[in-house]
Design a protein around this ligand. Structure first.
Ligand SMILES: NC(=O)c1ccc[n+]([C@@H]2O[C@H](COP(=O)([O-])OP(=O)(O)OC[C@H]3O[C@@H](n4cnc5c(N)ncnc54)[C@H](OP(=O)(O)O)[C@@H]3O)[C@@H](O)[C@H]2O)c1
Length: 247
């Protein structure tokens, strides 16, 4: 599937060429992994259609989404997103797992869940797949999750994403994490100032319903977070924007 690259220079290339071999772990700052967030939004800024993100996307968006999963050590997702989107094994295609290994990554990216309430989405297929490594960060009262998946639970007095990220780097050697939302977790990560990049797909669709359902939610940031564009690709009227978060 070809993408038209508009920035940094004009070219036509397939998704593998545009989003393969990103070597994101090499961008890790001191003390934590590199953290990127990936979202799709309608042209009027909505992050969901009928309660999920899938209706906003398209074939190229799904391919970019899958490619990005092949570029990182771990995938972080909000507990609500894992529940609503019924997350299962993150890379279930053996060809993609082989591609990860070719890039020097483990065949399966780890899943990372952070919960302050301890309310884990245990019903999601993720927790019953023995091939899916999972890191859970939660409160001191959190019980070990049942299920077949190998889960490492880390309990903390004060659960923050920043503390989880630091632990992933220091104790588990995780150098790159992609957060797949949702808006509540993304906002929390921005407030904690731990996001390095934003991959945003702008879908050529209007959803209506107002701006309250965008890719962030909750209280506004104390200051505007400036972005710098790294690349823009286009396919079938979808725009694929890659931003660096400055400062
Ligand atoms: N358009 C897209 O690309 C996209 C992507 C993902 C999701 N979505 C949609 O977004 C919706 C789900 O998003 P959501 O905003 O409701 O929930 P969410 O962000 O998926 O999950 C929120 C939960 O994450 C946990 N969390 C852990 N650390 C946090 C932190 N530092 N700050 C904030 N939360 C933290 C909290 O659990 P505790 O309360 O246990 O602490 C919180 O309740 C679904 O409809 C999904 O389809 C869209």
């Amino acid at each position: 599937m070809d993408l038209r690259r508009l920035l940094p220079d004009a070219a036509v290339l397939d998704v593998a060429a545009a989003y393969g071999d990103l070597r994101l772990g090499e961008r890790a700052p001191e003390g934590r992994p590199w953290l990127g967030c990936n979202f799709v939004a309608s042209a009027d800024g909505r992050a969901t259609w009928e309660g999920k993100s899938g209706g906003l996307g398209g074939p190229a968006d799904r391919e970019v989404f899958a490619r990005l999963r092949c570029s990182v050590d771990a995938i972080m997702a909000g507990t609500h997103t894992v529940r609503v989107e019924r997350y299962g094994r993150l890379v279930d295609d053996p060809v993609r797992r082989a591609d990860r290994e070719r890039q020097g990554l483990a065949p399966d990216p780890a899943a990372v869940l952070v919960t302050r309430s301890g309310d884990l989405p245990l019903e999601a297929p993720l927790f019953s797949d023995p091939a899916q490594p999972i890191f859970v960060y939660g409160p001191t009262t959190l019980a070990d999750p049942p299920g077949e998946a190998p889960v490492i639970v880390t309990r903390m007095d004060d659960v923050t994403a920043a503390a989880a990220l630091a632990d992933l780097r220091q104790r588990h050697g995780i150098r790159s994490v992609l957060c797949e939302g949702g808006p509540t977790l993304f906002s929390g990560l921005l407030h904690e100032n731990v996001v390095d990049e934003l991959f945003l797909t702008v879908a050529p669709k209007l959803a209506g319903g107002g701006a309250a359902h965008g890719i962030t939610s909750g209280p506004p940031l104390d200051e505007l977070a400036p972005l710098a564009i790294e690349s823009i690709h286009e396919h079938d009227h979808f725009l694929f924007l890659r931003y660096r978060i400055e400062g």
